[in-house]
Design a protein. Structure first.
Length: 78
């Protein structure tokens, strides 16, 4: 895969809009406790940040490339 193709995929599938859409489709917003000042509203940015945090946690936990790929596929970002 050429670098340009990889960048296109990363920006499309790893962008906040896609992460928010996938997070909502997975029902992730039901499990997010927003800041009380948000009056119960779970913003798209918060959903995208949570998706990123889940992926980052797997990577930081040392799950390895296979585990990271499996989680990303399950979340629909790969």
């Amino acid at each position: 895969m050429r670098k340009e193709q990889g960048n296109l995929i990363a920006s499309r599938d790893g962008g906040n809009e896609h992460l928010t859409t996938r997070g909502k489709e997975l029902g992730l917003d039901q499990f997010i406790n927003p800041n009380p000042s948000q009056k119960g509203v779970v913003s798209g940015k918060l959903i995208a940040d949570t998706m990123e945090a889940l992926i980052g946690a797997v990577e930081m936990d040392g799950g390895g490339e296979t585990a990271l790929e499996e989680v990303m596929r399950t979340l629909g970002v790969l």
